[in-house]
Design a protein around this ligand. Structure first.
Ligand code: DGY
Length: 339
């Protein structure tokens, strides 16, 4: 009997690779070998005849790929929480299941969010750059040297209030923030899920915002944590920045295109806001050294490392493989997207 074919667009680590390799008797495993992202042409060519495909967030799953794979394709397992690289409608219309890894990366991304908030408020990037550039001797201690807004007492506005946002709120409470507001696809409505019991029981007000305008006006810290969809693309643009407080900062841990980069550069140039810290940006990873955002001293940019702890990446790999195998066998996945 012919083996079931699966395509995997990365070499995996430890346990994950082992679980996959143990299935070699029953599966034909075609795996991208390079440490660089999988080439699209390789994926299109090798998808032919696959029953399952394990993809990274850098692999586009669209009609063309599904067409190339053929009608036997049963499952896509994505090594990510975000699924904006996947055409969900195309999957649904073909009855293809979609696995993802939304739970195991929550802590890692929430931790990074805290780092970014503090970097933006306390001018971390700017301070480090000055020392590295040898400017410290010219800037001796001064009562106002490199001062920035304090996290305690801040009102924190969440654009999107899912698991990662709520885990971030949990971490922010001991810092003494004053209030949290959040905007979801149901403005003014209480969050559907209360992952850590904070929506109902936090010691500070945690309230739904009725609009992006309200959130922009009231927040000292704006955290972009929503999914990228046609309605959230450039949700944060000139208009939004125009409404933010002058001492407010913005952090993006979701997807680059939710913030209009040109508008952000302008807002920073014109000191409409205090600072920004980004884990993601439009057109990543193609950010060259002369990109205007890199000329902004009050903007910190890191290369999409939200979930990059050793433990989390191991778990993401293992869960992705489990989702792939569950999809092949018609079993329950660790986490499955409801299409
Ligand atoms: C994901 O998995 O979608 C995240 O962007 C990782 O940080």
């Amino acid at each position: 009997m012919a083996k079931t074919k699966v395509v995997v667009t990365r070499q995996l680590i430890d346990e994950a690779q082992q679980i996959l390799d143990e299935k070699k008797g029953e599966l034909e495993i075609v795996q991208w070998q390079s440490e660089k992202p999988c080439e699209r042409s390789w994926l299109l060519e090798n998808a032919k005849g696959a029953t399952g495909i394990l993809v990274m967030l850098s692999d586009k799953v669209d009609e063309k790929l599904l067409e190339a794979a053929g009608s036997q394709l049963k499952v896509i397992a994505s090594f990510s929480v975000g699924t904006d690289h996947v055409d969900r409608d195309a999957l649904k219309s073909r009855n293809i299941r979609l696995g993802y890894t939304p739970t195991c990366l929550t802590d890692a991304v929430a931790d990074l969010t805290i780092m970014l908030i503090l970097m933006a408020q306390r001018r971390g990037g700017e301070s480090i750059a000055k020392v590295i550039n040898g400017e410290w001797p010219q800037m001796p201690w001064h009562p106002l040297l490199m001062t920035g807004p304090q996290i305690g007492g801040s009102t924190v506005g969440f654009l999107g209030f899912g698991r990662i946002a709520q885990a971030t709120l949990k971490r922010l409470l001991p810092f003494g923030i004053k209030k949290a507001i959040y905007l979801t696809s149901r403005p003014g409505q209480p969050a559907k899920e209360d992952h850590f019991g904070l929506v109902k029981q936090a010691t500070i007000p945690v309230e739904p915002a009725t609009s992006a305008d309200q959130l922009a006006k009231e927040s000292d810290v704006v955290i972009v944590g929503c999914a990228l969809t046609p309605s959230t693309k450039h949700l944060v643009s000139t208009d939004f920045f125009g409404k933010m407080k002058k001492l407010a900062v913005i952090v993006n841990i979701a997807r680059g295109p939710i913030i209009d980069t040109d508008a952000l550069v302008k807002a920073l140039d014109e000191e409409q806001i205090f600072g920004a810290a980004l884990d993601v940006i439009e057109n990543e990873p193609n950010i060259q050294a002369n990109h205007p955002i890199l000329k902004q001293p009050r903007c910190v940019l890191v290369p999409h490392i939200g979930s990059a702890t050793i433990e989390t990446r191991e778990q993401m790999a293992t869960e992705s493989v489990k989702n792939l195998l569950a999809g092949l066998n018609g079993d329950a996945m660790v986490n499955e997207v409801e299409l």
